[in-house]
Design a protein around this ligand. Structure first.
Ligand code: 5GP
Length: 290
């Protein structure tokens, strides 16, 4: 590669202005994709005549699409042999065709999202999996309501909606929960409207709930995919539960007892996954949505 051309100060500021305008244009397009105003087809078409759009990275385009997060985008690019830094302009004809057909179904009519219910004994690592999936953007992860008090590191509205017992009972009476259950002396419930709305928008939804709740979801929404997360061994589960500094000894003993009962429920579930590597669990959950 030769040395870059020497620019005059005027040429340099014109180039910087153009780059800033291009970035702004790409940001606008990404918002339109996120809002569902532009389909992948529309953006690929636009890139033929709009230089700023042509320079958008394929990864950015995919991650802006509803229901596609970092993990799914990465997997798709690998499948279609598109390198991580490729821009739209650099796509081959074959790759464009394949990308179009991947998204054909979802760009014309909104396909309802898939509902995955992740369950399993306390301490098996469900919340770590759910947090990863939320961060990746591949799932809309439901936030439950609970009467339990927040643990040190927990935030209202993020980890749970922490509500009073009276408020919980009122919501049960008003039929505001898709399911609810009591667990270790506290009540937990999945807000119904938010979940159904997300599914209708075409988002894949993840519920991270205990076993009774999972069974209730299946009876209301038989299309739900029930996934049971199993520990690699009983010893590993005990170690994890005992290592939790957040519960007092009596509570921990009770949770161990519960875990024993919970492990027996695996056969009710559509899939059983052993949580020996969290990345593998995440990839498997994503594969259930296609
Ligand atoms: P923790 O108190 O450890 O956060 O959660 C205790 C148990 O309640 C876990 O098994 C968790 O998956 C479950 N859980 C959390 N939210 C809900 C919910 O909305 N409904 C039901 N049925 N269980 C939940």
């Amino acid at each position: 590669m030769g040395a870059p051309p020497q620019l005059t100060p005027e040429q340099r500021s014109a180039a910087l202005l153009k780059a800033a305008q291009s970035r702004k244009r790409r940001a606008e397009i990404k918002i339109k994709i996120k809002n569902g105003e532009y389909s992948i087809d529309a953006v690929l078409e636009l890139a033929q005549s709009d230089e700023a759009v042509a320079k958008m990275r394929v990864r950015e385009l995919l991650e802006a699409l509803s229901g596609v997060g970092k993990i799914r985008a990465g997997a798709l690019m690998e499948k279609l042999n598109i390198s991580a830094t490729r821009r739209i302009a650099g796509l081959g004809r074959h790759q464009i065709k394949e990308l179009r057909s991947e998204f054909m179904k979802s760009s014309h009519a909104v396909r309802p999202g898939k509902l995955i219910v992740l369950s399993g004994p306390g301490g098996v690592g469900k919340s770590t999996v759910a947090a990863l999936l939320r961060k990746s953007g591949d799932f809309w992860v439901s936030v439950s309501a609970t009467t339990r008090s927040p643990r040190n590191n927990e935030l209202n509205g993020i980890d749970y909606f922490f509500i009073s017992n009276d408020e919980f009972d009122r919501r049960v009476k008003e039929d505001e929960f898709l399911e609810w259950a009591e667990f270790a002396g506290n009540k937990y419930g999945t807000p119904s409207v938010e979940v159904l709305d997300a599914l209708a928008r075409g988002e894949n939804v993840l519920l991270e709930i205990e076993i009774d709740g999972a069974k209730q979801v299946k009876s209301h929404l038989p299309q739900a995919i029930l996934v049971f997360l199993e520990p690699p061994s009983w010893e590993e589960l005990v170690a994890r539960l005992e290592g939790r500094g957040t519960d007092d000894p009596e509570r921990r003993a009770h949770r161990l007892e519960l875990a024993q009962e919970e492990l027996a429920a695996a056969s009710f579930f559509d899939h059983v996954i052993v949580n020996d590597a969290v990345e593998r669990v995440v990839t498997q959950l994503i594969s259930f949505t296609s």
